[in-house]
Design a protein around this ligand. Structure first.
Ligand code: GLA
Length: 743
């Protein structure tokens, strides 16, 4: 689209007094000059975000949704009378002027005033491989505060990513009280919000809520483990009261930030909804010195006209290509030592686990917690964190020995660290008490017997980087690091930040990213799992540096149906670590068949987390078989398009499938989560995403006798999508996996 030229110079030369002193008579008020109206359209293949600049230079969001062929037609729209509050719909509403809603930006200036009114000063655009970047510049017409709204449009994936750059161009410091990454106004008759709450071992639980006229806020104030309560993501179904996988308009959003966040949804009395997303302003009035600027994290948006399924697929495709570290690459299957050994192991225990892992066809062994600490050995969760030397009495042969044994068995080797934390019972806590997050003169509370290290302090950043770096040196060829973070921040504060405690939460997260950036510069190939008591740090900020997440500490396959379903709405399966553990399950006490556990874990990155020697011969044979078959189709899990076929929330079944981009192959997962009386005819799943005219051969995996009458036969895509696929899943925890191959 051609942008209409704009007389930027006119605005640039406006006088801009910095501070209005009470005693002097006020300068005559300045008014923003008139500008030519214009439309800016940020476009992807199927979507448009349309911004309208009115004659006063105010920038409004007029449309986010299906692509509009002639965006210039928005110039025809009258924007209301001069006396009327014309601020509803501003693209980045600031506290001040006529705007009285929830602000994207609230600034407190040195003179104590809070008024900011942003006016357009220019627009530019550039292409960056697969992505076009549009930058709108705005400036307050009195102070020297300016804001850039930066929109990255990923054409093929229908993703628009927005962030904001706020510059204090004045001579006095100021404080940012609110500094959202984005504000998005949308208009519909109904707004059905889908979002994710959670708790330990109950991550990414889905909740639907019809929005009223009040303010809905989803926030985290936890500092670390920011996503274990709520996830910084949502889906919004427009003009409907029902959630649909396949029909209707859905906007999905996710904030790329691993610290405190805030998403708010404010419906004005005209029915319009403003979605604000960004860092939580909680205890974070961020100081901006004269000349300093602040860049907000990215807010990722997609729009689908075909229900939630398409919105998720857009996010997944974009994430694999542009966001997740090495996204879409197949990560190895593994045996993790945690639930099989906890803290109780010797070198011998680990070697035998490796033998079994290799024997079952797994590809990596991960040594979890418990390998370090000498003066304060890590034999439980009450000591040792911070002292990252190998425990020489427990593992006298060292990590090098273990890693080379794994390698000799053809296994990769991974190891666990929790570098942001310290047990009071550790040498580190004694040597560097000033590094602990604390509020002067107050009790430093423990969580899981540990304290948090203050990553807003550059010395702590160096230390945390050093832990990772030294762990990598423990053996040549450490292939995988599981980075854990097992508590939230409470009674927060930093000895380093002095009187600037307001910076703490923001700079903790920036400190974490600084460390991760350094790690990736030095170790581009090591696999990193982002764990935080399970899914406590599941966001697109951490995934820039991490290959995968530990989806949940809950390994019960039934609970996993809900957790993995919820996770899949926003995050791609390639990041979803999913392990087969023992029964009764250690978290829930639930007992499920081994096949059901495998079929659930195989819908993500498959791993095992149990003591293999406790498996019976039959169980072991089934495990070998499931692992073998997974390796044949797992590229579909890592790179295919996800279609959710049945929701665990809707009834008794859960179903999903992954389809290759060229639609030549697919894998279908089906599960019964409850007993269904008289289920003689089987459960119908309408497959999706296949080529209707192609013929697919359907093969059930890992069984001698199939639960579907069509097993081994050939069917057209339209037949399979039309309701003829009805495997028998007659009992609670019956499950079946089918591979489809086009001929
Ligand atoms: C956390 C993780 C687990 C395990 C333990 C070890 O709870 O989520 O997977 O690593 O820590 O202490």
């Amino acid at each position: 689209m051609k942008l209409i030229a704009f007389l930027a110079a006119t605005l640039m030369v406006l006088p801009a007094p910095q501070a209005r002193k009470a005693k002097k008579p006020a300068k005559p008020p300045v008014t923003p000059p008139a500008v030519q109206q214009q439309v800016v359209s940020v476009e992807t293949e199927n979507t448009s975000l349309i911004l309208l600049i009115d004659g006063k230079g105010q920038v409004y969001t007029r449309h986010y949704g299906a692509r509009i062929g002639q965006p210039g037609l928005y110039l025809e729209e009258a924007l209301g009378e001069e006396d009327y509050n014309t601020c509803d719909g501003l693209a980045y509403p600031a506290t001040g002027g006529r705007f009285v809603g929830e602000p994207a930006l609230q600034v407190k200036y040195a003179d104590g005033t809070h008024n900011t009114e942003l006016y357009f000063t220019g627009v530019s655009s550039e292409e960056r491989g697969g992505c076009s970047v549009t930058t709108l510049s705005l400036k307050d017409y009195v102070t020297e505060l300016s804001v850039k709204l930066v929109f990255e449009a990923y054409l093929q994936e229908d993703i628009i990513v927005e962030h904001t750059e706020i510059l204090n161009g004045g001579k006095q410091p100021l404080e940012l009280l609110n500094y959202a990454s984005s504000s998005l106004y949308v208009q519909a008759d109904d707004y059905l919000l889908t979002h994710f709450w959670g708790a330990w071992a109950a991550d990414m639980q889905m909740e639907h809520e019809l929005l009223g006229h009040d303010l809905k806020v989803i926030e985290s104030r936890r500092g670390t483990q920011a996503t274990q309560g709520n996830n910084p993501s949502f889906l919004l179904s427009l003009g409907t009261r029902e959630f649909s996988e396949t029909a209707g308009e859905v906007i999905a959003g996710a904030l790329a930030w691993s610290g405190n966040f805030r998403l708010s949804f404010e419906r004005d009395n005209g029915g319009r909804l403003n979605i604000l997303a960004g860092i939580s302003p909680f205890a974070s009035a961020y100081p901006l010195a004269a000349g300093a600027s602040f860049t907000t994290p990215d807010m990722i948006y997609t729009w689908s006209g075909e229900g939630a399924g398409k919105a998720s697929r857009n996010l997944h495709r974009w994430a694999r290509k542009y966001s997740v570290y090495d996204g879409g690459e197949v990560n190895p299957t593994l045996l993790n030592s945690w639930e099989g050994a906890y803290f109780n192991f010797t070198t011998e225990t680990l070697l035998r686990m490796m033998d079994d892992a290799a024997g079952m066809g797994l590809e990596m062994f991960v040594l979890d917690d418990g390998w370090f600490g000498n003066k304060f050995p890590r034999n439980g969760d009450n000591a040792g964190l911070g002292d990252w030397e190998v425990n020489t009495s427990k593992l006298p042969e060292g990590i090098d020995f273990l890693a080379s044994y794994a390698h000799s068995k053809g296994l990769k080797f991974g190891i666990w660290i929790e570098p942001e934390m310290v047990n009071p019972r550790s040498e580190l806590a004694r040597n560097h008490p000033e590094w602990v997050v604390q509020s002067h003169g107050r009790e430093v509370y423990q969580g899981r017997n540990q304290w948090v290290l203050d990553l807003s302090n550059p010395a702590v950043e160096d230390f945390v980087f050093g832990i990772f770096d030294r762990t990598m040196q423990l053996a040549p060829g450490i292939d995988y690091i599981k980075w854990d973070c097992n508590r939230v921040i409470q009674s927060f504060g930093s000895t380093y930040l002095g009187a600037q405690q307001d910076r703490f939460f923001v700079e903790y997260c920036q400190g974490l990213y600084n460390v991760m950036r350094r790690i990736r510069e030095k170790y581009p190939r090591v696999l990193v799992q982002c764990c935080s008591s399970g899914g406590g740090r599941v966001d697109y900020g951490s995934l820039r540096y991490c290959n995968e997440i530990w989806t949940s500490d809950n390994t019960d396959a039934r609970s996993r149906a809900f957790i993995q379903y919820g996770t899949s709405l926003i995050y791609p399966a390639c990041v979803m670590g999913s392990h087969v553990s023992t029964v009764p399950n250690h978290q829930t006490g639930n007992v499920t068949p081994l096949k059901f556990r495998f079929d659930m874990a195989c819908a993500g990155r498959l791993g095992m987390e149990l003591q293999p020697k406790n498996l019976s011969a039959d169980e072991r044979a089934l495990a070998d078989r499931c692992i073998r078959s997974y390796k044949q189709y797992r590229d579909l899990v890592f790179t295919g398009d996800l279609y959710r076929l049945a929701s665990p929330y809707d009834g008794k079944y859960y179903g999903l499938m992954y389809v290759s981009e060229d639609k030549s192959r697919a894998v279908v997962f089906t599960y019964c989560l409850d007993y269904e009386p008289r289920n003689v005819g089987g459960k119908t799943f309408r497959l999706q995403g296949l080529d209707p005219s192609r013929t697919y051969r359907v093969t059930e995996q890992n069984v001698d006798k199939s639960c579907w009458w069509g097993n081994g036969k050939r069917f057209t895509g339209d037949f399979l999508m039309g309701g003829a696929f009805n495997p028998r899943l007659p009992q609670i925890y019956s499950s079946a996996v089918f591979v489809l191959e086009a001929e």
